[in-house]
Design a protein around this ligand. Structure first.
Ligand code: SF4
Ligand code: SF4
Length: 248
């Protein structure tokens, strides 16, 4: 089996056998060249401290990106009302753990084959003052062809935006995936939608853009309220629309 096949098989197996309360749909997996010029563009766009694949691994050749989509049940639980469902928060916490486990397992598998691999933790890897990460899994997923950004600043994939992303940098070459040829977000395609803006309980998301500090203040409030569930600074109300489970 090719290296790409092995990686796909491992990720699919670990998601199918995750033993989490949360149920998932089939993961999506994409690949990017480590020297893809888009990584440099991200650095220019996001911050001068943003890391390139070669900053994380000297011999970086390929970046693996994967998306674990939540089940329809998890999405349905969080539709309606302004309060985030416990199912959504549990999915957030459990999936962050699962992303770490998958990455660790892949790193160990690749190491046995003489391939170097590194990852960055799934979340909470941002500067608490600027809220800017030095490595973004969702931007990496964009480079690896997994989707396009919606006006809600999330990545919409073929399986929607309701789920979580992970990524690894490896020292072996795998052919890059093709990027989508059109915008998946309805508004960006010139159709009326604005579901995400209408449903944002804090107006952090508006026609004027995305107020990240306002959104994060809300997420911290939720995390404090549901502290028994773990570090659950999540909301997801803007991810429940026509782009939640598929390309709208
Ligand atoms: S809810 Fe509608 S407008 Fe918002 S990102 Fe999704 S498709 Fe685009
Ligand atoms: S996560 Fe919640 S608060 Fe933040 S933009 Fe989306 S809907 Fe608004």
């Amino acid at each position: 089996m090719s290296l790409e096949g092995e990686i796909r098989k491992k990720i699919l197996f670990m998601v199918e056998n995750s033993k989490t309360k949360t149920e998932y749909r089939k993961p999506l997996i994409g690949f990017a060249r480590a020297d893809d010029p888009l990584f440099l563009k991200l650095k220019e766009h996001i911050s001068e401290n943003y890391l390139l694949p070669c900053d994380l691994l000297e011999n970086a050749r390929t970046v693996i990106s994967f998306f674990i989509p939540f089940s329809k049940t998890v999405v349905s639980s969080n539709r309606g009302g302004a309060v985030t469902s416990q199912e959504w928060l549990i999915a957030y916490v459990e999936t962050n753990e699962l992303l770490s486990k998958i990455s660790e397992e892949l790193i160990s598998h690749l190491k046995n084959k003489g391939i170097e691999a590194v990852t960055v933790k799934p979340t909470h890897n941002f500067d608490p003052n600027t809220l800017i990460s030095r490595w973004s899994h969702k931007h990496t997923a964009y480079v690896a062809g997994l989707g396009t950004f919606g006006i809600h600043h999330m990545l919409i994939t073929e399986a929607g935006c309701a789920g979580r992303f992970g990524s690894l940098i490896i020292s072996e070459e795998i052919l890059p995936s093709k990027r989508p040829s059109f915008d998946y977000c309805l508004e960006k395609r010139g159709n009326n939608c604005n579901y995400c803006i209408d449903k944002c309980p804090t107006s952090a998301l508006s026609a004027q853009g995305f107020d990240k500090p306002k959104c994060y203040a809300h997420l911290k409030q939720i995390s404090r309220k549901f502290s028994t569930l773990g570090k659950c600074d999540a909301c997801g109300k803007c991810a429940m629309g026509p782009c939640a489970l598929a390309i709208p």
